[in-house]
Design a protein around this ligand. Structure first.
Ligand code: OFO
Length: 173
């Protein structure tokens, strides 16, 4: 059974994951409108993954006798200036999510809720991978600089950059 403090902290994380999904959906739409088809598809997929992170939390809270609450979300930004700026924001966003997960893990230790602590290890591992992925992408973007041909190839290849390849340091296909 979840105690109220852990339940509230998990509900807060449900909101964070839902907002992440909206942020990446908004980025995907911006990229699509700009004709960056590969980047858009990558971001749509990322948005779906965040929704999956949220749903996993919803199920967990309800299974443990709590009530997962669906709350109002902050509207995401809709303009990103450049694709470089967009991915810098994505990276910062993932760092913010990692901090939220860390705070949540801290609450479970304070409350001696080891079942929830154990459940959250999946999110801890996921954040390491997502930060690595975002960092890999930013490295590629910095290599491209203002080269239009480079952007063309990046947009074509970004869908091959997976969480696994970023974590293992493999080059892009
Ligand atoms: Fe990308 O963040 Fe969810 O956990």
């Amino acid at each position: 059974m979840l105690n109220k403090k852990v339940e509230a902290a998990l509900n807060e994380q449900i909101r964070v994951e839902a907002e992440s999904s909206q942020v990446y959906l908004s980025m995907a739409s911006w990229a699509e409108v700009k004709g960056l088809e590969g980047i858009a598809q990558f971001l749509y997929k990322h948005s779906d993954e965040e929704r999956m992170h949220m749903l996993k939390l919803v199920k967990f809270v309800n299974e443990r006798g709590g009530h997962a609450v669906v709350s109002e979300l902050k509207a995401p930004e809709t303009e990103f200036g450049s694709f470089k700026e967009l991915f810098e924001k994505l990276f910062k966003h993932e760092i913010m999510v990692s901090e939220c997960i860390n705070n949540l893990v801290h609450v479970t230790l304070e409350e001696r809720d080891y079942a929830t602590h154990n459940f959250l290890q999946w999110y801890v591992a996921e954040q390491i991978e997502e930060e690595a992925l975002a960092r890999t992408i930013l490295d590629k973007i910095n290599l491209i600089g203002n080269d239009k041909g480079g952007l063309y190839l990046f947009d074509r290849d970004i869908q091959q950059i997976s969480v696994d390849s970023a974590a293992s340091g493999e080059p892009m296909a």
